[in-house]
Design a binder for this molecule. Structure first.
Ligand SMILES: C[S@@+](CC[C@H](N)C(=O)[O-])C[C@H]1O[C@@H](n2cnc3c(N)ncnc32)[C@H](O)[C@@H]1O
Length: 351
């Protein structure tokens, strides 16, 4: 009985988030058409059968999220866990930030970055306003709005999609079953503000967790958010995922969520190669990113609209890329993949 009530509460929460996300996007698009018509995104209408497909995948995602929590892979409380007060306080800032986002989109200005950024410390592909975001990934202001912006973009399904890395990660870590849980090291590559680390910490409370990202501002935000819990703080390291400051074979698990589509093809391969290097033989890589044309052709219009609305310079190349081939080229075996709504999750093992 208690379980049924909790499940209903979870579904109601997700419905609420979905309504807020849809309403926010609808109102902001209409406003932009009035205020900055030159830059207003020219999206394609979603065909009714695709809408039905998206709704069915949305429901399937919430079902699997609930089932895996019930099966004990992570606590049910995680399904409700978000910094609600913090997000409510920041929501007006998302609106206040919008005129500058519209201006950048209208002017096709994608290199509008803080002047104090030492550009030589970053790869050129990184120095852009991904999503037309103010300051790109390079300020505390950007980091403070990011989680909320992603929640709105995904209609509240960002964390349920991130949680899909947990099951394959736990399965992969069984290769080290003889070791104490506290001896396992798991790295989250491009951890951003730490939302994936937060999910991993709930599923693997004893493991040594580590997050890497290029943005010191995003890592500061991750530190702020993750240290609100009394459990051990994951190690947070600034670095380029193409050449990570970790020893060869030093990790038993690696996750990487929503990075691949923001990289040019060569960097994508370099990151996968470096994930292979830092894993111990037998270790598991779990990659999560957008679905692609080959596995989800029925969602092509949604993928196209994403690229039309946001500055995502490498997305078109990404959705046609062969990630399985890249994983094989790096040396991985046992490659498999599964889609959950708009996210595809690849699992691969270092032989
Ligand atoms: C779309 S965000 C995803 C963040 C996080 N994984 C999540 O689920 O929200 C992409 C992240 O990748 C980071 N990033 C991009 N290129 C990188 C690179 N070469 N090395 C390390 N981090 C990188 C950005 O700073 C940003 O935090």
């Amino acid at each position: 009985m208690a379980d049924a009530v909790t499940k209903l509460a979870y579904e109601a929460l997700q419905q609420g988030k979905s309504l807020v996300g849809v309403a926010h996007k609808e109102i902001s698009t209409r406003l932009m058409e009035l205020v900055a018509p030159d830059g207003a995104p020219k999206t394609l209408p979603i065909p009714p059968e695709m809408l039905r497909g998206l709704q069915a995948s949305h429901k399937a995602l919430l079902d699997v999220d609930w089932q895996e929590a019930e099966a004990g892979l992570y606590p049910t409380s995680l399904l409700f866990d978000a910094p609600w007060g913090d997000w409510a306080a920041r929501y007006p800032l998302v609106w206040l930030d919008m005129p500058s986002t519209w201006a950048r989109r209208s002017e096709r200005n994608v290199r509008d970055l803080p002047t104090n950024v030492e550009q030589e410390n970053y790869p050129d592909y990184y120095l852009q306003n991904f999503h037309h975001q103010t300051d790109g990934y390079l300020s505390d202001h950007s980091a403070s709005l990011y989680d909320l912006q992603v929640e709105i973009l995904f209609n509240g399904t960002a964390d349920p999609m991130r949680r899909r890395v947990i099951k394959p990660l736990l399965q992969g870590l069984r290769a080290f079953e003889g070791r104490p849980a506290s001896a396992l090291r798991v790295l989250d590559v491009a951890t951003g503000t730490g939302r994936t680390l937060h999910q991993l910490r709930a599923a693997l409370p004893k493991a040594q967790l580590c997050g890497l990202d290029l943005s010191s501002s995003y890592l500061r935000q991750a530190n702020r958010w993750l240290s609100q819990r009394p459990t051990e703080l994951p190690q947070l390291v600034q670095g380029n995922a193409e050449a990570m400051p970790f020893a060869e074979g030093s990790m038993q698990g690696v996750t990487c969520v929503f990075l691949m589509h923001e990289l040019p093809a060569e960097a994508r391969q370099a990151v996968i190669n470096d994930c292979f290097r830092v894993l111990e033989p037998g270790g598991v890589l779990v990659l999560a990113d957008s679905v692609q044309l080959a596995d989800s052709p029925q969602f092509e219009v949604a993928m196209d609209n994403f690229r039309r609305v946001f500055h995502e310079p490498y997305y078109r190349d990404y959705i046609a890329d062969d990630i399985d081939a890249r994983l094989s080229a790096a040396g991985f075996s046992g490659i498999r993949a599964q889609s959950h709504l708009m996210t595809r999750v690849w699992t691969a093992t270092k032989p």
